[in-house]
Ligand binder design. Structure first.
Ligand SMILES: Nc1ncnc2c1ncn2[C@@H]1O[C@H](COP(=O)(O)OP(=O)(O)OP(=O)(O)O)[C@@H](O)[C@H]1O
Length: 237
C-alpha cells in the first residue's frame, strides 16, 4: 500500500504539489499521469524520502520510506534510469545492489534473466547502453530485493514495442502477487493497457482519480487527460 495524505510542496514560491491525496492498494498498478511540470517526480521523490513535503505525509507499506527496515529490499524504485554510473557494467551495478541489500550474488543472474539482458550485455559498461537497456537495468535493480511495492518514474521511456509488452506482463505479474505499483508515464495508451487505477494531476493538484474504466468515460484516456489538463491550465492562468 502506498498513501499520499494531503501532501503539498512549495519550492521558493513555486507550488509543485497542492494537497495531493491518493492511495495505491495492494495488488494495484496505478498510473500517475500529468503534463510536464505537473508534480509527478516531486511526489515520487517525497515518497522515497529524497525530498520533504512542506505539509502532509507520504507512506509506503504503512510507514514513511525512511522509517522502513531495509527500505531498499521492501520497496523497488526507478526514478532516473540515466543516473546509473556510465563507467560501471550492468553486472557491477546489480552486484553492488545485492551486496548493499545482503542478498546472494546468484540474484544478479536471476534478475538479468528477468529483465532480458544477456550475459554479454551485462558485461558492457552502462555508458554504451541504449535508453531501453538502461531502463531494463534500472527495473532489474528495483526488483533485486523482491520488493512489495514498486515506484517507477517513466519506466517505459525508450523501450521498444517488445520491451513495453515485456514490462506490461512483468508489472501485471508483480501486482498479481499482491504488490503495489505506482507508475508515472506520458504514454497514455500504455497506462491504459497496464494500470487498473489512474491518478491525473495538473499544476500540482489531483484532477481526477479512479479506475481506468471510470476515467475513460466511454472515450480514450487521452481525451479525458487532454480535456482535464486544459481546464486546469485555464483555471490557473
Ligand atoms: N528542485 C526544485 N526547485 C525548484 N522548483 C522545482 C524543483 N523541482 C521541481 N520544481 C518545480 O516543481 C514543479 C513540478 O515539477 P516535477 O518535476 O515534479 O514535474 P513532473 O510532473 O515530474 O514533470 P515532467 O513530466 O516534466 O518530468 C515544476 O514547476 C518544477 O519547475
Amino acid at each position: 500500500m502506498i498513501e499520499f495524505s494531503h501532501v503539498s510542496k512549495v519550492y521558493k514560491g513555486v507550488k509543485a504539489l497542492d494537497d495531493v491525496s491518493f492511495t495505491v492498494g495492494a495488488g494495484s498498478v496505478t498510473g500517475f499521469l500529468g503534463p510536464n511540470g505537473a508534480g509527478k517526480s516531486t511526489a515520487m521523490r517525497i515518497l522515497v524520502g529524497l525530498s520533504r513535503p512542506t505539509s502532509g505525509s507520504a507512506t509506503v507499506l504503512g510507514r514513511p520510506y525512511t522509517e522502513l527496515d531495509c527500505p531498499g529490499s521492501q520497496v523497488g524504485t526507478l526514478l532516473d534510469a540515466g543516473a546509473q554510473h556510465p563507467g560501471r557494467t550492468g553486472r557491477e551495478i546489480l552486484t553492488l545492489g545485492v551486496m548493499m541489500l545482503g542478498l546472494p550474488v546468484s540474484r544478479v543472474d536471476e534478475v538479468l534473466d528477468l529483465v532480458g539482458l544477456t550475459g554479454r550485455e551485462s558485461r558492457r559498461t552502462v555508458g554504451g547502453y541504449s535508453l531501453g537497456m538502461r531502463q531494463r537495468l534500472g527495473i532489474g535493480h528495483a526488483l533485486l530485493g523482491r520488493p512489495k511495492a514498486l515506484i517507477l518514474d517513466e519506466p517505459a521511456n525508450g523501450l521498444d514495442p517488445q520491451g513495453i509488452q515485456w514490462m506490461r506482463e512483468l508489472l501485471r505479474g508483480f501486482s498479481g502477487s499482491g504488490c503495489s505499483v505506482l507508475l508515472s508515464s506520458h504514454l497514455l495508451h500504455e497506462v491504459e493497457q497496464v494500470a487498473d487505477h489512474v491518478v491525473m494531476i495538473g499544476r500540482g493538484r489531483v484532477l481526477i482519480q479512479g479506475t481506468v474504466d471510470e476515467l475513460r468515460r466511454g472515450r480514450s484516456l487521452e481525451q479525458t487527460f487532454l480535456e482535464l489538463t486544459a481546464n486546469a491550465d485555464r483555471s490557473t492562468a
